[in-house]
Every structure is written in structure tokens, then in C-alpha cells.
Design a binder for this molecule. Structure first.
Ligand SMILES: Cc1cc2nc3c(=O)[nH]c(=O)nc-3n(C[C@H](O)[C@H](O)[C@H](O)COP(=O)(O)OP(=O)(O)OC[C@H]3O[C@@H](n4cnc5c(N)ncnc54)[C@H](O)[C@@H]3O)c2cc1C
Ligand code: FES
Length: 289
């Protein structure tokens, strides 16, 4: 699909909680082409500080209004500048990029959505489209498993209360919902036997995604995982977002996938998890900031 370059006008920018902000942009061309799980490369401001665009998923797509919503967490200079932009600013966007989630053809399939921290962002639009596609009666159970380190990092419950969706919450410190990892809660709920999804959709920190992938592979369950990587270009030109792929080209030779073009959505079996987890503990030097 052709990549669109568009000036997006800020419709609203608000702090949701802690370091999490919600940005709504008017950018009709990209909004009309966008699908859940895809992303934009956003220039935080003109000039060279920061030099590179930053990638963000669509947390909501309002195609008719020509608007997009981005839910972001302030983690560094780019996101800090973004959180302080004055109302009515315009931002340069490139998108929609990446493959996006594949929605299930079976509109009654039970589905599980697993989100860790800001990983809830792309799942919100996906859930909205799945729920919308099932009509008023709804059929097939939809369960969201949403975890964070602490209650102060979870979106307010009403933000993820959607008719037809059952939400489960977990925090590492037990300050809200189940105490422990969200993947452990997911396994516990499934072990009770009342719910078994036909497909998992997941987004969150790499260690969480690894646990989801391990479980999905061991239980022969399809999973679509939204993965992240440092990105310089977002369009397949710099090769900076490479992740080791599970299947080598030839014996002894490594093969890579590129998160910006082959992803960001990957199946559990397509990634060489041990390799990318080892890379994360010793992060690559990032020379382009
Ligand atoms: C496809 C994709 C979709 C994304 N969607 C969202 C989203 O919806 N909401 C959101 O809050 N964030 C999202 N991110 C992450 C977001 O792009 C980064 O948090 C942002 O670029 C950081 O910019 P910065 O200048 O504030 O931080 P920097 O100063 O560039 O970095 C601060 C710290 O964050 C780390 N970091 C930066 N980018 C990444 C990354 N991509 N993966 C892992 N660690 C990183 C750096 O190593 C450093 O430790 C997404 C990333 C990708 C690749
Ligand atoms: S970010 Fe440049 S190739 Fe993926």
C-alpha cells in the first residue's frame, strides 16, 4: 500500500494518567486508509531535535471524521516534546505503515486480547472493530486481559469497558485486580475451563510477548503479536528494526524480519525469541537520536 505523507492537526492532547497522554489528530488521508495494528511515523517537531520520526500505533481510528487517536507514554525526549505541544499545532505523519492485525473471518470466534502497559493502545481499536462487527446481539466471548506494574499505570476501568467485552485486570503489585503477571492470570482463567479462545491478540513488553508466544506455541493456538523495535525510517530503508526470524534461510545462516514492513504483527512461531530477548538485555547502541 502507498505510504501517505500528511500534516496532521492536533484536535486534542490530554494527559490520561501518570505519563500517559492521548493525542487526537485530524489527518483524513491516513485516517481513511488506517487499519488496527498499523502505525504512523510522526515528526515530533520541525528541525533536528529529535532528528528521527517516532513510531506510534493507532489507538482509535475515526475514518469518517478523518481523525486518529494515539495513546502514548512519555519515555524520552521525543514523547516529552509531544506531550507539551500547543493546541492547534501540526505534525508531519507518514503512514499507515506495517501489516496490521488480521480480523477473524468467523464473527462468533471466542477471542483473547492480552495487553501489558501501553500495549493496550493498538488493542483498543482492534477490540472496537471486532465488537462493532458482531452487531448488537454479539456472539462468541471476547476477553481482555490487561495488566500493568501498578494501578496508577492502568487506564481507568471505564476506558476499557465495552459492551460485549469481559475485562480482567492484573497488577504486579496487586494494587488493582489479580496480583501477578497478566500472562499468569490468562493461564489461570483458561485453566478454569470456562473460556478457550480460538485466537490471541497481544501487545506489550517483550518479556510478556515471549510468555504469550510460548503459551500459544505449547497449546497450538494462533496468536498475533504486535512487536516493537527501535525504528529510524519505518519504511524498510534503514534495516534498523531487524529481529531474528525463527526460520533460517539455510542451515547455519540467520534470517531477519523487519518490524516496520514485515510487522509489527507477527505470529508466535515466526520469531527467534531467545535471540531477541538476549539483545534486549544488552541493548544496541542507538546512534541516530
Ligand atoms: C510499531 C510501533 C508502535 C508503537 N506504538 C506506540 C504507542 O502506541 N504508544 C507508545 O507510547 N509507544 C509506542 N511505541 C514506542 C514509541 O515509538 C517510543 O516510546 C518512542 O519512539 C520513544 O521516543 P522518545 O524520543 O520519547 O524516547 P527515546 O529518547 O528515543 O528513548 C527512550 C527510551 O525508550 C527506548 N525506546 C525507544 N523506542 C523504543 C521502541 N520502539 N521499542 C523499545 N524501546 C524503545 C529507548 O531505548 C530508550 O531507553 C511504538 C513503537 C513501535 C515500533
Ligand atoms: S525502521 Fe528502517 S527498515 Fe524498519
Amino acid at each position: 500500500m502507498e505510504k501517505i505523507i500528511e500534516e496532521g492537526r492536533i484536535v486534542s492532547l490530554e494527559r490520561v494518567l501518570g505519563q500517559i497522554y492521548r493525542l487526537r489528530l485530524h489527518c483524513p488521508k491516513i485516517a481513511r486508509a488506517a487499519r488496527p495494528g498499523q502505525f504512523v511515523m510522526l515528526r515530533v517537531r520541525e528541525g533536528t531535535d529529535p532528528l528521527l520520526r517516532r513510531p506510534f500505533s493507532f489507538s482509535r481510528i475515526y475514518a469518517l471524521k478523518g481523525e486518529l487517536e494515539i495513546l502514548f507514554r512519555v519515555v524520552g525526549r521525543g514523547t516529552l516534546l509531544l506531550s507539551r505541544l500547543p493546541a492547534d499545532s501540526t505534525l508531519s505523519l507518514v503512514g499507515p505503515l506495517g501489516n496490521g492485525f488480521t480480523l477473524p473471518a468467523d464473527k462468533s470466534a471466542p477471542l483473547a486480547f492480552i495487553a501489558g502497559g501501553i500495549g493496550i493502545a493498538p488493542l483498543l481499536e482492534l477490540i472496537a472493530q471486532v465488537v462493532g462487527g458482531r452487531g448488537q446481539k454479539g456472539s462468541g466471548e471476547l476477553h481482555l486481559f490487561y495488566g500493568a506494574r501498578s494501578a496508577v499505570e492502568l487506564l481507568p476501568e471505564e476506558e476499557v469497558t465495552i459492551a460485549g467485552l469481559r475485562s480482567h485486570f492484573a497488577t504486579d503489585d496487586g494494587s488493582f485486580g489479580y496480583q501477578g503477571r497478566i500472562t499468569r492470570m490468562f493461564e489461570d482463567v483458561l485453566a478454569e475451563g470456562a473460556f478457550r479462545p480460538l485466537q490471541i491478540y497481544s501487545c506489550g513488553p517483550l518479556a510478556m510477548q515471549y510468555n504469550v508466544a510460548k503459551w500459544a506455541l505449547a497449546n497450538d493456538m494462533p496468536a498475533q503479536l504486535s512487536l516493537e523495535s527501535l525504528m529510524a525510517c519505518g519504511i524498510g530503508a534503514c534495516l534498523g528494526c531487524a529481529l531474528a526470524a525463527a526460520t533460517p534461510k539455510e542451515a547455519g545462516e540467520e534470517r531477519f524480519v523487519h518490524v516496520c514492513e514485515d510487522g509489527p504483527i507477527f505470529s508466535a512461531g515466526s520469531i527467534k525469541w531467545e535471540k531477541i530477548l538476549a539483545q534486549q538485555t544488552a541493548p544496541p547502541t542507538w546512534p541516530f537520536n
